[in-house]
Design a protein around this ligand. Structure first.
Ligand code: NAP
Length: 515
């Protein structure tokens, strides 16, 4: 059994006292343990602030980009090893593990590339000079400079590689040291990645810290120039946002929480058409990939009543092709859930879904291996539309989705989707711009991202569930109200925006002008 350690104060350290155990998702056997008890977390944050901060700020964007490039390369060079760890610790199939690990290396590579366009400075201009008085000489200029604290990144269990890499990419490029805290239950992958980055990425002292295990009293030591970026459940987000020290120090908190993402089939779509198949592909993939443990997975499937029978038939045919089982078997397409707690929560969610009146229209709950944390993919149906309270209020974080037949109008589709209280992403499938356009405008205030599937892009899209580093990730309301990625926008949370007023010519000399 491995003992995982934490990388703080520039060295690997092992906690003492109470340990957390990590299990194999396939056999349920213990595989590793970790502890953060007794670690000097106050000292660790200070080390990052006082050593990592100055070291990173001394580098230009181009130089920081080179670090991200090395971090990306180390993941690519150890891809198969990381895939093996993800299979064991998370029950991830090869495809599921690649989604996480390649997402991580791809996002780092994207930001390494973006760094080149930011050049040899180490701060940013925000917009052009603004005339603020009658005199043309007296102007204001907004600039963005790296915060002087630490970026505390608290991550969810389901994306140990991507979650850590996408946050680290933005913070390090902005010039802020990172303090990564992966979800404990699946921290084996994050721990190994931490080792690779420490050994191979040439990161300056203090720029990277990794805490493997419970968060302990970490937030008691956060300061006003630090920031917290959290991904996980709404309940934990509420605890972080209301933490007394976080409130008293006004530590900025960005939250990425759960989301009841939607897929809406338009009434114009003919069964058998390209767009119909695109819809089926996306819905089937989102139900089965990572055994449904994705924040972007489609949970609510809106189908016009007139197309219900044909669509359920088509979806059933797609899903019948999936095989649940040992993630290391190449025939397997649906692996296990990652933890015993996940399996318990999903079973309770399915029972509550059924108790709410939803009926199962596809899937055999008994068709799974007995050992490990397997749950069979299942599709439910309810005719309660926007009144199906459980479906719109609870995320069952596994291979489970619910079909909601609707009358085919923009108004009803928008009402049902909005009932989810704000989400990360919804996809709309239609070739009728006069129908899809108004629906997208209705859905936009409730989402950080929308995908429009149509015949024109049926074989070209990046997919409903894939988070692209160049586009915004996050969403309002239930989704946490946060914003990450989106190209250069992803750096802004780590930078302080300041308006500097003064003489136009002097400001231009010191700060230059926006291109
Ligand atoms: P979670 O239970 O809320 O845990 C998330 C992280 O918070 C873990 O690292 C956890 O550490 C830590 N934590 C627990 N209690 C804490 C506290 N009191 N103070 C500070 N940190 C604390 O969530 P999860 O089960 O890992 O993740 C599943 C959820 O994440 C799902 O709802 C999913 O939708 C959401 N998610 C959202 C996104 C997105 O981008 N929007 C992406 C992925 C997942 P321990 O592991 O040590 O308990």
């Amino acid at each position: 059994m491995r003992t995982l350690s934490s990388f703080i104060n520039g060295s690997w350290q092992t906690g003492t006292g109470r340990t957390s155990t990590l299990y194999s998702a396939v056999t349920g056997e213990p595989i590793a343990e970790t502890s953060t008890a007794g670690l000097d977390l106050d000292g660790a944050l200070n080390y990052a602030r006082t050593t990592g901060g100055p070291n990173l700020r001394a580098l230009s964007f181009t130089e920081r980009g080179a670090l991200l490039s090395a971090m990306s390369k180390s993941l690519r060079n150890h891809r198969d090893e990381l895939i093996g760890l993800a299979a064991d610790n998370m029950g991830a199939t090869r495809g599921d593990a690649k989604f996480d690990i390649d997402g991580a290396s791809g996002t780092l590579a994207y930001y390494a590339y973006l760094a080149k366009s930011l050049g040899d400075r180490n701060w940013l201009l925000d917009g052009e000079q603004v005339q603020v008085s009658r005199s043309k000489r007296f102007v204001g200029q907004h600039i963005l400079t790296p915060r002087r604290g630490v970026a505390i990144h608290i991550n969810a269990f389901n994306f140990p590689a991507w979650n850590m890499a996408e946050k680290a990419a933005c913070a390090l490029l902005a010039g802020v040291p990172v303090f990564e805290k992966p979800g404990t239950a699946t921290s084996l992958v994050a721990w190994r990645i931490g080792q690779l980055w420490v050994e191979q990425a040439g990161l300056p002292d203090g720029a990277f810290s990794l805490l493997c295990g419970s968060v302990g009293q970490l937030l008691d030591h956060a300061q006003s120039q630090d920031c917290i970026v959290f991904t996980g459940s709404g309940d934990t987000a509420a605890k972080i946002k209301t933490h007394p020290n976080v409130i008293s120090q006004n530590v900025p908190v960005n939250v990425e929480a759960d989301s009841l993402n939607g897929a809406v089939l338009g009434p114009d779509i003919e069964p058998g058409s390209d767009t119909f198949h695109m819809f089926l592909t996306e819905v089937a993939r989102e139900l089965t990939q990572k055994a449904g443990q994705k924040c972007t997975a489609i949970r609510r499937i809106l189908i016009p009543e007139a197309l219900l029978e044909a669509t359920l038939e088509g979806l059933g045919e797609r899903l019948d092709q999936h095989v649940v089982g040992d993630p290391t078997d190449r025939k397997t397409t649906v692996g296990a859930l990652s933890t015993p707690a996940q399996k318990r929560d999903v079973a309770a969610g399915i029972a509550a879904l059924e108790a709410s009146g939803a009926r199962r229209v596809w899937g055999d709950p008994s068709a799974v291996p007995a050992a490990g944390y397997f749950v069979a993919p299942q599709v439910f149906l309810t005719n309660d539309g926007a009144d199906a309270a459980f479906v719109h209020d609870h995320e069952v974080f596994g291979p489970v989705a619910t079909v909601l037949p609707y009358d085919g109008t923009v108004a009803e589709a928008a009402k049902i989707i909005a009932r989810g209280g704000g989400g990360l992403v919804t996809s709309v499938f239609s070739n009728d711009r006069n129908w899809a356009g108004p629906l997208l405008l209705e859905l936009a205030p409730w989402h950080g991202r929308l995908m429009w599937g149509s015949a024109k892009v049926h074989d070209q899209g990046t997919g409903h569930g894939a988070v692209m580093p160049s586009l915004l990730h996050g969403g309002p309301g239930r989704a946490g109200g946060g914003a990450e990625l989106g190209g250069e926008r992803g750096l802004h949370f780590y930078l302080q925006r300041t308006a500097i007023q003064g003489d136009s010519a002097l400001l231009k000399r010191v700060f230059g002008t926006a291109e």
